[in-house]
Write a protein that binds this ligand. Structure first.
Ligand SMILES: [Zn+2]
Length: 307
């Protein structure tokens, strides 16, 4: 069964440690070999600029990560860059779609030209913040909790015009509601349900309902700290509880997955790397119809692509 994974950080791992190879590496969660084994997938690759990078260097680092996307990921014969529904529909048997995303607008500073340049280079989905504040808005762990700035509103309008996804994951609550009001194509690429796991990165029920209302998609994520609040390892059953909860809020057609592979130090039992999507599928099929599972795994994200 094909899947659409809305968020992973392997690009950041590869960028940070040039000795790592994307082709095959037991310390990476997402590899070419792993994706090949799964058969058929669209994997999103996030550009994430660490906060240690000086502001004036951030855009250049984003370009370096895009270079890494081309040289390390797209250089593999079956990896195909996808920047539209059409690109995904025309993937041949055995080909893997690679989608470029931005995790946080730190890279663009206060420049719409820099934003548009990243879009021209193939970025399809733009997360407005990481955990802290930037020129666009405040992130989930920023104590100030500010909403969209005037520049942030221009960023949202630009993304609407360019028909790009606006990623709500990582925003603080106030900014979330500001964006929901303005965004044409909102998603939350890697967030879970707050009512099941009290973490500021998770979404409250009214936020989940708002994304559904806006015809967006929520990518249930495999980050153990976002799955439960107990002192025990996270399991696939925990992932299913979040799926079930989002469905109970009317989200059957609005949920997918955003693993956060290679962005997490610990993994869910049975979901240690991208090949383990097979375990998740098996478990989902015990409780949901094949059609429903196909929607969760692939079609909900795919059908809601704005271009
Ligand atoms: Zn993240």
């Amino acid at each position: 069964m094909k899947f659409f994974d809305a968020h992973c950080d392997v690009l950041f791992r590869l960028f940070s440690d040039p000795s790592l190879s994307f082709q095959k590496n037991s310390s990476l969660h997402v590899t070419y070999e792993g994706l090949q084994q799964t058969g058929s997938a669209v994997q999103c690759f996030a550009i994430y600029i660490p906060e240690s990078v000086r502001p004036e260097s951030r855009f250049f680092v984003a370009l370096e990560m895009i270079e890494c996307f081309y040289t390390q990921i797209l250089s593999n014969p079956k990896m195909k860059m996808v920047r539209s529904k059409k690109d995904i529909a025309s993937l041949q048997q055995g080909e893997i779609g690679a989608m470029l995303t931005l995790e946080g607008c730190e890279a663009i500073g206060e420049s719409l030209v820099q934003l548009k340049t990243l879009l021209r280079l193939g970025v399809y989905s733009v997360g407005l913040t990481w955990n802290h504040a930037n020129m666009v808005a405040d992130g989930a762990l920023e104590t100030r909790g500010g909403g969209l700035t005037a520049f942030g509103k221009r960023v949202v309008r630009t993304l609407n015009e360019e028909k790009c996804w606006i990623d709500l994951s990582h925003l603080c609550e106030r900014a979330f509601w500001d964006v929901i009001e303005l965004a044409d194509y909102p998603i939350a690429s890697h967030s879970n349900a707050y009512s099941l796991c009290l973490h500021p990165r998770n979404l409250r029920d009214e936020q989940i309902r708002a994304i559904i209302q806006k015809n967006g998609v929520i990518g249930v994520t495999f980050v153990p700290q976002f799955l439960h609040n107990d002192q025990r390892p996270a399991t696939i059953a925990d992932v299913l509880r979040h799926v079930d909860h989002i469905c109970s809020l009317g989200g059957e057609n609005h949920l997918g997955f955003g693993s956060d592979f290679d962005g997490i130090a610990h993994t869910v039992e049975g979901l240690a790397n991208v090949t383990h999507y097979a375990h998740l599928i098996n478990e989902l099929l015990k409780y949901y119809s094949e059609d429903q599972v196909k929607k969760f795994l692939f079609h909900n994200f795919y059908e809601r692509m704005p271009k």
